[in-house]
Structure formats: C-alpha cells, structure tokens
Ligand binder design. Structure first.
Ligand SMILES: Cc1ncc(C[n+]2csc(CCOP(=O)(O)OP(=O)(O)O)c2C)c(N)n1
Length: 274
C-alpha cells in the first residue's frame, strides 16, 4: 500500500509474500519455483531468488542477511537520485545475529540513508527458538544501540503493520534516515516444507495452538466483517476468487517450457560490448 514501483525492496529465503505484496506476478512466481523459462528469474533462480524490478522488488537472496547491506547501498543511491524513493529490507530475527546486519544499521544511520529495515521476528531461526539464541526476544534493542528510530508492532495485525509503515514513510521520503520496524509473529510451518516442525526436536505444539488463534488472515476477515467493508460476494467471494487465481497460475506455469540449454550460458555471463 505504501511502496511504489521505483522503491527498492529486498528479501531473503522466505520472500514469496514480499514479492507478491509489491505486485509480482503469481504466474511468474510459480514458473520460477518450477524452473520454467517464464519464471521471475527465468527459471534460473528458483524459489529463493525472486525479482520483479518493474515493481521495485530488486532481489531476494537466501544467504541470511545478505541483502541488508545491499539495501543500504540502494537507499543511499535513492537519496542521491533525490526522487524520494526508499529502500526496504525484509529479514528474519536470525539475520540480526549476522554482523552484516549491525554494520548496515550503523552505516545507514551515519549516512542517513532512507532504508526501512523490516524484521519479521517469528521467534525461530531454523530449529532454534530465540530464547536459546539471545538473552532477550525484543529486537528493537538493536535499533536503539545503533541510534536508529524504531517501532515494535504485532506482526499478525495487518492494520498495525500498515499504519506503522504509513506513519514513517513520508518522513523518510522527505529526506529522513533509516527506520527499524520489528513485526512480532510466529512461524506456523516447518523451517522448510509444509509440516509443522514438531518432530525435529523443537517443542512448540502449545505455542503453535496459541498463535493459530492470532491468524492474521482470520483477524483481517473479522475486522472487515465488523466494519461492513466487504465487496459483493463477501469473504467467500474473495477466497473463491483467490483459489481460481492460484489454480490458473499454477496450471499455466506447469504448461510453460523449461529454458533452452543455451540460455544457461547466455544468462549467466554478460555480453561483452565493443
Ligand atoms: C549466512 C547463512 N547462514 C546460514 C544459513 C542457513 N539458514 C537458512 S535460513 C536460516 C534461518 C534464518 O532465520 P531467520 O533469519 O529468523 O528467518 P526465518 O527462516 O525465521 O524466516 C539459516 C540458518 C544461510 N542460508 N545463510
């Protein structure tokens, strides 16, 4: 809602949602996951290397914290361009344990680069709970240490997240520096795959049950119902329409061709000009 296509957004290994949220094509996402020539990265990147430059989604990269410093460079470039664009880095709580995160926060603050650092604190990094990795579970303390203004919101409340971003972006676009937004949430599924990860040594069935009651989609649906602001067709219409979009995009991606073999070299190396 608050980003524009000339902003520069960066993601991580878990960025399907970010890519779609800024307007990336569902068909191209599925095609990328299936390795097809029509994919977001032409079938050469897979699930964790997405891009939609036309929508301001520059890149997602699965090396934890890798895109955070790049976002600082992009933020600095945006400021030098003087267009009011910003950079945005999406990452998890595990990324705050990488040195690159701290170097980036420091540099962004010193350079007053307009970078929105969005930390999705889902309390887990792979199979370790944050309580086993850090002495406190609130990550805004890192922003305070680096002098970066910050806020901590309920990441499962779409309105809270949207409002927080809507409040800080105008100032950032008008020459302000970085901002750190911690969105507290929970990872329902396994670190990888569709299972709930109760079978890999993590004890979280009780927590998971509690967090499922705070499902952001259900909460948004309830809020829309209460506000009587649903389109004709209501919630069922939205869910059915979405299912059709998903089914059609998946079927189309499955019909698409794999990249031709010579594309491997063409797309890996740049052409030498002159
Ligand atoms: C530099 C680096 N170290 C380790 C890994 C392996 N790895 C992939 S995801 C992940 C956990 C990241 O946790 P977090 O940043 O909290 O994101 P989440 O998976 O919870 O969304 C790890 C350790 C990696 N990809 N890159």
């Amino acid at each position: 809602m608050h980003l524009r296509s000339t902003d520069r957004a960066f993601g991580s290994h878990r960025s399907h949602g970010h890519y779609l949220a800024v307007g990336g094509s569902l068909h191209r996402l599925f095609a990328e996951v299936l390795g097809r020539d029509t994919g977001a990265s032409r079938g050469m990147g897979g699930s964790m290397h997405l891009q939609a430059r036309e929508h301001g989604f520059v890149a997602s990269v699965p090396i934890v914290a890798a895109t955070i410093p790049i976002a600082v460079g992009a933020g600095l470039a945006a400021r030098m361009d003087g267009t009011g664009d910003i950079a945005i880095a999406f990452f998890g709580d595990g990324a705050t344990e990488e040195g690159a995160f701290h170097e980036s926060m420091n540099l962004a603050m010193m350079l007053r680069a307009p970078v929105l650092f969005v930390c999705e604190n889902n309390l887990f990094a792979s199979h370790l709970h944050i309580g086993l990795r850090q002495p406190a579970d609130s990550l805004v303390r890192f922003a305070e240490a680096h002098g970066v203004p910050s806020a901590r919101v309920d990441g499962n409340d779409i309105a809270q997240v949207t409002d927080a971003v809507g409040r800080v972006l105008p100032g950032m676009r008008a020459g302000g520096g970085p901002f750190f937004l911690e969105c507290v949430t929970y990872r329902w599924r396994g670190h990888v795959g569709h299972r709930e990860d109760d079978d890999v040594g993590v004890k979280r069935s009780e927590d998971l049950g509690h967090w499922k009651l705070r499902d952001p989609i259900t909460r948004l649906a309830r809020a829309l119902l209460a506000a009587k602001s649903l389109p004709p067709g209501g919630l069922e219409g939205i869910f059915a329409g979405t299912q059709i979009l998903v089914d059609e995009a998946w079927s189309a991606a499955e019909r698409d061709p794999f990249p031709a073999e010579d594309r491997l070299v063409q797309r890996t190396y740049a052409e030498r000009n002159g």
